[in-house]
Design a protein around this ligand. Structure first.
Ligand SMILES: [Fe+2]
Length: 604
């Protein structure tokens, strides 16, 4: 039985196909259309899923949509009526999309993919909960979902047991931890729904001096972790902005304009909202543990991508273990809708091998065979060399050990926002220059942004204070103390200067607070990548490398050989590996493009 799940029309459109309950394929539309967070109907992602399954739209048994458009419509209408006529402008802007597309979802699906059967709808937070629990390695577990807003719910908790999900409580719009975090993302000059990661990365540079102000003025935090927002500071109900002038007064001036200088104020605000978020999440988690009595916790929703908070949940308990859906944002809703149909709607039993998740390393997207890569390179006349199983990993490792930056494309593309060694840019973690070089010459992004390490799973405890694997780069762990170096004290040292101080023997991935957003690489899930890191260790004695997503700022992660080559040539990357082909920059023909490609990318 084949079930297709779809999420779209808000942001991060995606499709996921499951066959007899097994996840067969999942991908986000942006990777195909090259438009970041593409919200349109996921035509390309759907076509890919059908192709991977060897079927057409007509062969599908069910199609499930990740949210109930009418409920969301009702929320928008009610929000408008609460503030009318103040919100008229945003209402008028939202309406064409609603009347034109969202309310006609079944019709659109049938037309786009030639499907004739029934279209099912799951609730937004049910979709998040389903993709948090069903692929997890737990037979039963508590479930916590937190995001900006779905229909009405902004957070929910309950538990999963076998094939059943039980929902206990919801927090409702406009009270939302995700929206609160997004309001600060907006205020510090980053883009809502994509810049949240930057705000989290900025936090260690600041001091949480606004924390008490946020807790006393902006939110009312209850013991159970639920919050009430003080709406007199926010503008998302009626306006097109997140925050208003009262909010600005509270933080000593107007919001930072995008792309202007980041000052100590933004860093302190980032530290403050991060600290508040962690406090709220920890309270929620304590409460969920008390109410469900479960040993394990599953999470999804955009807030579950806050890996600093996740690291604290794992370290400080009370749950013994934690599993987070790697596609925690709305893209994962496509998977949740399909899984919910299989287990909840159709009532199929769920059997799992305890300890093993069924996410398959999240390598669920398209792959390109070595023959396809070669055919592409030869058709364009791009010079390359062949690698073979015997020398592949060691040659790549040698380049990295020489300080070269390597674009790496191998196997199936990742599902979720993190690159996990299938579409990654790799570098030497031992060099303190790697962070600046990668940020400014490769990714063309803000130089404060940290990089994440990949470490072979079995060696992780030698470098990081962690015992649990982190295959999806969703947890932050500290670099081991015996590897860390003392830092000069004093906040008067400018941010960029502080970046240059060596913080450990793996400085490229050690954040200012000695933390790292870790990926542990499992040999069974990703043998080619595991071997590259292992060879790097043989050469250098270091089993950690830098892993960042294969894209430039504002661009979705690459999908195809063509995307990979374009990104390779647009940047100062030195080496490109695609399956068993290796390309050296100095051997490539001159790269010319019409117009300024950078101006075509919308900066995130
Ligand atoms: Fe969501």
């Amino acid at each position: 039985m084949d079930i297709l799940g779809i999420s779209c029309f808000y942001h991060d459109s995606a499709a996921c196909l499951i066959r007899d309950g097994k996840i067969l394929a999942a991908a986000q539309e942006e990777r195909f259309t090259r438009k970041k967070h593409d919200p349109r109907f996921p035509k390309n992602a759907t076509d890919y899923c059908l192709k991977e399954a060897g079927i057409t739209g007509q062969d599908l048994d069910y199609v499930a949509f990740y949210d109930k458009p009418l409920l969301t419509f009702e929320r928008l209408l009610m929000s408008y009526l609460t503030v009318a006529p103040k919100g008229l402008r945003s209402w008028l802007e939202a309406m064409p999309m609603w009347l034109g597309q969202k309310l006609y979802v079944p019709k659109i699906i049938r037309k786009e993919i030639g499907y004739k059967g029934e279209v099912l709808f799951t609730e937004h937070h049910e979709s998040h909960a389903a993709c948090a629990f069903y692929p997890s390695p737990f037979k039963e577990a508590a479930i916590l979902t937190m995001d900006g807003v779905g229909e009405w719910a902004t957070a929910s908790y309950g538990f999963g047991k076998g094939k059943d999900l039980t929902f206990l409580k919801e927090l409702h719009f406009p009270d939302s931890l995700g929206l609160l975090y997004s309001a600060f993302t907006y205020f510090t000059g980053f883009r809502v729904n994509s810049g949240e990661y930057k705000l989290m990365g900025l936090a260690p540079y600041g001091v949480p001096k606004y924390k008490d102000l946020i807790l006393s003025e902006l939110i009312d935090l209850k013991e159970d972790g639920s919050i009430r927002l003080n709406l007199s500071y926010f503008d998302f109900l009626g306006g097109l902005k997140m925050t208003n002038s009262r909010f600005s007064e509270l933080f000593g001036g107007p919001e930072r304009k995008p792309e202007t200088e980041i000052t100590q104020r933004e860093m302190d605000i980032a530290a403050s909202i991060q600290s508040v978020t962690e406090e709220v999440v920890m309270k929620m988690v304590q409460h969920v543990h008390k109410e469900t009595g479960q040993k394990y916790l599953c999470m999804a929703g955009g807030v579950a991508l806050n890996c600093v908070a996740n690291g604290r949940i794992l370290r400080e308990g009370p749950f013994e273990n934690l599993w987070i859906q790697p596609a925690a944002g709305d893209a994962g809703g496509a998977m949740g809708a399909a899984l919910s149909t299989w287990y909840r709607y159709l009532g199929n039993e769920r059997s799992i091998a305890e300890g093993y998740d069924s996410q398959q390393g999240s390598y669920l997207g398209p792959s390109f065979s070595n023959e396809e890569v070669k055919a592409f390179l030869e058709s364009r006349g791009y010079p390359y060399r062949d690698l073979n199983a015997g020398n592949r990993a060691s040659i790549i490792a040698e380049h990295m050990a020489q300080g070269k930056i390597v674009g790496y494309m191998a196997g199936r593309m990742e599902f979720g926002p993190r690159a996990l060694g299938a579409r990654s840019i790799l570098g030497d973690a031992r060099s303190k220059d790697t962070q600046t070089v990668m940020n400014l010459k490769i990714k063309y992004r803000e130089s404060f942004r940290p990089f994440a390490p990949s470490v072979v799973e079995e060696k992780a405890p030698e470098y990081f204070e962690t015992e649990k694997p982190s295959p999806y780069m969703l947890l932050v762990a500290r670099v081991r103390k015996d590897r860390c170096l003392p830092q000069p004290s004093g906040d008067e040292i400018p941010m960029l200067e502080r970046l240059k101080v060596k913080r450990s023997d793996i400085p490229a991935i050690t954040h200012l607070d000695y933390s790292a957003r870790l990926q542990t690489v499992n040999k069974a899930h990703k043998p080619d990548y595991h071997e590259v890191i292992s060879e790097f260790e043989k050469l250098t004695g270091c089993a950690v490398i830098v892993n960042t997503s294969f894209n430039v700022r504002g661009e979705p992660i690459i999908c195809s050989p063509e995307d990979a080559y374009r990104c390779f040539m647009r940047t100062e990357m030195d080496v490109l590996v695609m399956e068993n082909c290796i390309l050296l920059k100095e051997e490539q023909p001159l790269w010319e493009e019409k117009g300024d490609w950078r101006s075509e990318l919308e900066l995130d």
